[in-house]
Design a protein around this ligand. Structure first.
Ligand code: ZN
Length: 618
């Protein structure tokens, strides 16, 4: 789940279900720094609601003078900051217990207020374009108070070639009422209406294979169970191949409609332009992934060997290659995570440690609590918060390091940038979190007490690289292929999508070389991926883990200046285009180097695993 629901507010979400006993107050977050109580929240909401209609007082006046522009920007920013604070508070309270109907009502109220806000704001950008670049640059040079708005104002001007006239913008804005339909239909069918099958596992468990059931049972240690899970789940999805084909094809057409009416040559160009990412980043990612498929195949062969299977199938990808019977209680995990980030220096480590020990994390599962984990650091002058479903296992420790990687990123960005420039793009976000995962692995390998334990950490790191790098790049390649097909005027049926996906899936998994056997049944997997309803989103997981690995390599090798340039990237927040920020910190994602760093790391991990296995066989 990675979908923003409100403007200017997009928590970074990571799904990982669990369910256990209720939390004690010491392990929950304290939200009073956001609002002292309900009454304070409501009073603030009323202030924002009263302020929104006043935005139009600035209509037609933005070009009057630098002072008027500053007054307008300050007024809008004030409303925006308060609106974000209202939203964060409302969503955090709701996520503690999603059955809390008062909390649900508050988020719905804010949804309505957000729509009014967006409508009131829709006059601002077109007017800035009418005022024009020359005049605005003049204002920026003359009025130092406008400095915090410089980047965002220039961003509005950058969009000029793709902004239409008032009438056409009105039509596009009205069209947005219907352009979300494919995604909504997909969501209802995939999450609510699918008649998911139930099967009996070898130990007698009745397993209902909905999306979370599938994610859980496909990792079963019993191979026959895994095969049965795949068979039942994908047969059911296959029954709806035609319907999912229609929803995805509709989404592709919608995306192309939006891109072409805004005069972009392709949907990819439109998507990348939002953050000014060079197309070379996308192309280089795909080229490097394909060139390095032998590394992925090496991993699959190693996995087959460790699982003891002679012909590896798609259902052998998910079970852990080694079991780890070790508990990670919260206090132990906090210690381990804090030690793990030591290479990032004292400033970072202190922020990280204070975050883990202060009341900024809602740690344990409780009835009604939202599943998974996320960080929300959207409130500029407040601490970041993390929601966990802590479960005393290594996965929980790793998630803790990951989420507070996002959290400290937000703390540093908020402390070093004015509010309009603090919020960073998804393109840089996952760098901060994967970085911490790499550091955690490095630390765990140092403190591991047995080869089995070491194998577990190494195996979990490999699986993370497969899932976050190779698999997301594979999705990115498929996504590009189907968008391009639609742009050429081709029609896509469910069967056609399965054929296109199957070709890519087989190539990535070395089906022809006998690495992983891909059965026809699973080529409908595209129908299960919600991210395709958010154009060109997934590639950023792959670029982020590559960049995160490249930074971690330098930091762990004690390269002079490596820590400072990395922290500089975090502190920069969203003050410039994300590709430029990462490049300035020394990692150019339009070149092969960072992708090769990731592949080298993956090979080095496999070398370590093979060395342990060889030692055993001696
Ligand atoms: Zn993340």
């Amino acid at each position: 789940m990675f979908f923003a629901t409100l403007p200017w507010f997009s928590p970074l979400l990571h799904a990982a279900d669990s369910a256990a006993p209720a939390a004690d107050p010491g392990t929950t977050w304290d939200l009073t720094p956001l609002y002292a109580d309900e009454a304070a929240w409501r009073a603030a909401k009323d202030r924002v609601a009263a302020g929104i209609p006043k935005i139009k007082d600035f209509e037609g006046r933005l070009g009057e003078s630098a002072a008027t522009l500053l007054q307008a920007m300050d007024f809008v920013q004030g409303l925006r900051d308060e609106f974000v604070r209202l939203s964060v508070y409302a969503s955090l309270v709701l996520d503690e217990n999603t059955r809390n109907s008062a909390a649900l009502e508050r988020t719905q109220e804010l949804g309505l207020l957000g729509t009014q806000f967006a409508q009131a704001m829709s006059v601002i950008d077109p007017e800035l374009l009418v005022v024009g670049e020359e005049k605005i640059r003049g204002f920026l040079d003359r009025e130092p108070g406008l400095k915090p708005y410089r980047f965002s104002l220039l961003e509005v001007l950058r969009a000029a070639p793709h902004t239409l006239g008032r009438e056409a913008e009105g039509v596009l804005s009205a069209a947005s009422l219907v352009t979300g339909t494919p995604g909504s239909l997909y969501g209802i069918l995939a999450n609510a209406d699918m008649p998911w099958p139930t099967i009996k596992l070898s130990d007698g468990t009745e397993a209902r294979l909905d999306q979370s059931g599938y994610a859980r049972w496909r990792a079963s240690a019993n191979r026959a169970d895994r095969e049965a899970v795949f068979d039942a789940f994908w047969k059911k999805v296959r029954d709806y191949e035609r319907t999912f084909g229609v929803t995805l094809f509709s989404q592709m057409k919608t995306d192309w409609f939006n891109a072409s009416t805004r005069k972009y040559p392709s949907t990819l160009a439109a998507a990348l332009d939002a953050d000014n990412i060079p197309e070379a980043v996308y192309r280089t990612l795909l080229a490097e992934t394909n060139a390095n498929l032998p590394t992925l195949h090496r991993y699959f062969k190693l996995r087959a060997r460790m699982l003891g299977v002679s012909e590896m199938h798609y259902w052998d990808i998910y079970p852990p290659i080694v079991a780890l019977d070790k508990k990670f209680p919260l206090s132990t995990s906090r210690d381990l995570a804090i030690h793990a980030v030591a290479p990032l220096g004292a400033e970072y480590q202190k922020l990280f440690a204070d975050s883990l020990s202060g009341r900024y994390t809602h740690y344990y599962p409780q009835p009604g609590k939202r599943a998974g984990a996320y960080m929300n650091g959207s409130v500029h002058n407040a601490h970041a918060y993390v929601l966990m479903n802590y479960n005393d296992d290594y996965e929980s420790l790793s998630t803790l390091a990951h989420e507070w990687g996002h959290g400290v990123h937000s703390l540093l960005a908020n402390a070093n940038q004015p509010s309009p420039d603090a919020r960073y793009s998804i393109f840089t976000a996952e760098i901060a979190s994967t970085q911490n995962e790499v550091l955690l692995l490095d630390h765990m390998l140092k403190v591991a007490q047995s080869d089995d334990e070491r194998l577990y950490y190494l195996g979990s790191a490999l699986e993370n690289m497969r899932g976050t790098f190779f698999r997301q790049a594979m999705f990115a390649e498929f996504e590009l292929a189907i968008h391009e097909a639609v742009e050429k005027g081709n029609s896509l049926s469910g069967a056609k999508l399965s054929q296109m996906y199957g070709d890519i899936l087989r190539r990535y998994h070395g089906d022809a070389q006998g690495v992983v056997k891909i059965d026809d049944l699973v080529t409908v997997e595209w129908a299960y991926i919600p991210h395709f309803y958010r154009r060109f989103y997934v590639y950023q997981y792959a670029t982020s883990i590559a960049a995160g690995t490249a930074f971690a390599d330098r930091i762990l090798a004690h390269e002079p200046g490596a820590v400072d340039t990395y922290l500089g990237l975090l502190k920069a927040g969203g003050s410039d285009h994300p590709y430029e920020l990462v490049k300035r910190a020394g990692v150019d994602l339009a070149t092969p180097a960072p992708y090769r760093a990731l592949v080298a790391r993956m090979n080095s991990i496999m070398d370590q695993i093979e060395a342990i296995l060889a030692k055993r066989n001696r």
